[in-house]
Ligand binder design. Sequence first.
Ligand code: ADP
Ligand code: MG
Length: 368
Amino acid sequence: MLQKKINKKRTKIASSHAMTMIEDKSPQRTSIAQLGEFGLIDHLTSNFTISQPSTVKGIGDDAAVLDFKDKKVVISTDLLIEGVHFDLAYMPLKHLGYKAVVVNISDICAMNAKATQITVSIAVSNRFPLEALDELFAGISLAANEYKVDVIGGDTTSSQKGLIISITAIGEADENEIVYRNGAKQTDLLVVSGDIGSAYMGLQVLEREKQVFQVNPNSQPDLDAYTYIIERQLKPEARKDVRTLLHALEIKPTSMIDISDGLSSEIMHLCKQSGVGCNLYEDKLPLDPQLINVCEEFNIDSTTVAINGGEDYELLFTIAIDDFDKIKGNPNFTIIGHMTKESEGIHLITRADTKIPLKARGWNAISE
Ligand code: ADP
Ligand code: MG
């Protein structure tokens, strides 16, 4: 129920941005050269505040200082390059900033840890006015507030072409809470949070609208039927709640990973690192009704999308079979399969009860 409400809220944000997504028509253009490097850093970072007790010193010195006392520290970093990882034709800069933070926090969540700090490094070409960077940092700031992480530093430099963003996320956990990819056992259940496949189809809709726009720049996209899946692509959320939910259920996953490249490729990672096989059940895959409709419209098999589409940032994990009663019927989680002996391999059991080997394909492979 709560998830439904959150989804409704997300949907509203998506539709309000849908119309502005195609082009940034911001009339104000202040050249970043005018401010100079230090002026720019001050301008971009002056609003960040510190709320984590582990942050001793944030922005403003040669390095930040952190104190995690008796906790273990987890760190993850990502590099996003314009034209490779994002396309500003349909990705508003504010969403990009938000998503760049979220994908890193998702990696911390996938360790069953709590994200506490981030650093933000950017390289920008002079094609971007100050107002564009303000939008980017508004998204970064929104995510930092939403996920309660302190922005404790970064680097700002110029690039010859395009925009590059690198975010590093830092988190904390007790040593015995941390969940790795390599702990799955032969009889464990395979569980996923939320629903999957929607972020990929959201991207397909945006790609289609971009092409329509290139042919007819005056066209106004009508995206009402696609709000949820577009939101999943443009404004994904990291499942920071899963740690709390599982803790309340007294479940510690035996292995865990976040779904960035696609379900099948993440299953392969868990299996390979844990030395187990897996049976995944087609009829158990959690799909949003809107995704099913859009797959029909695009004439794409929704199972293929759910298995190979990426960027949902849900969490995929295994639990001991003894924990079945604790998780069954929980609206936040779906049991989608079980682990097997390594020698049995990794298979999808279809609705027709046939067994087909699962291949690790990134989400780019769908259109091949
Ligand atoms: P240095 O010369 O040591 O690289 P800078 O002048 O680049 O230092 O940075 C000054 C301070 O601003 C540092 O604390 C640095 O971490 C922070 N900072 C620089 N760029 C960013 C950014 N894009 N986002 C957040 N903090 C930043
Ligand atoms: Mg620097």
